[in-house]
Design a protein around this ligand. Structure first.
Ligand code: 4NP
Length: 151
C-alpha cells in the first residue's frame, strides 16, 4: 500500500498524519510507503511546524526530518490512496485528476472514522491549542484506515 496524506501547507496536519500512519504501519510489520504533500507551494522544503513536531514527539513519533512538498498530478500514478484533510484539499486534488480511477483514490481521512460525513480535520495553524485535538483525530482515523486496508 502506498499512501499520500494531503493538506494545504504540508507543515501541520498532513505531516502528522504521515508520521502517525508510518509509525503504526511499521509497528504492525506492514510494508507500506507513506508520504505527504500540500496543495499550496507556500512551505516547500520546510520542516513541519514546531507545534506538530512537539505533539508528535509527545507520542514518541519523530517527524522532524520530513520536508514539505507540493502535490503534483503524477502523485496519482505513485500512490494507491490519497487521504485529504478537508473539503478544500479534496477539491484541489480532484481538480488535478485525469481519470475516474484517479478520483477514486482520494478520500477525506475522517470518513474512515465517520463514513459519509465528509468532515474536515480542523486547520490548527492559527490555533496553538488545536494540535492535540488534530493528533487525536488523525490517530483514530489512521487506526481505522489501517484496519480497513491491512490485508
Ligand atoms: P496545514 O496548515 O495545511 O495543516 O499544513 C497550514 C499551514 C500553513 C498555512 C495554512 C494552513 N498558511 O497559511 O501558511
Amino acid at each position: 500500500m502506498k499512501v499520500l496524506t494531503v493538506c494545504l501547507g504540508n507543515i501541520c496536519r498532513s505531516p502528522l498524519a504521515e508520521g502517525i500512519l508510518r509509525d503504526k504501519a511499521h509497528s504492525m510489520g506492514l510494508e507500506w510507503e507513506v508520504d505527504s504533500a500540500g496543495t499550496s507551494s507556500w512551505h516547500i522544503d520546510e520542516a513541519p511546524d514546531p507545534r506538530s513536531r512537539q505533539v508528535a514527539s509527545k507520542y514518541h513519533i519523530d517527524i522532524s526530518r520530513q520536508r514539505a512538498r507540493q502535490f503534483k498530478p503524477s502523485d496519482f500514478d505513485l500512490f494507491d490512496q490519497i487521504l485529504v484533510m478537508d473539503q478544500s484539499n479534496y477539491k484541489d486534488v480532484v481538480a488535478q485528476a485525469s481519470s475516474e480511477d484517479d478520483k477514486d483514490k482520494v478520500e477525506l481521512i475522517l470518513n474512515y472514522l465517520e463514513p459519509g460525513k465528509n468532515k474536515g480535520v480542523p486547520d490548527p495553524y492559527w490555533d496553538d491549542n488545536g494540535f492535540e485535538q488534530v493528533f487525536q483525530l488523525l490517530d483514530k482515523a489512521s487506526d481505522a484506515f489501517i484496519k480497513r486496508h491491512q490485508q
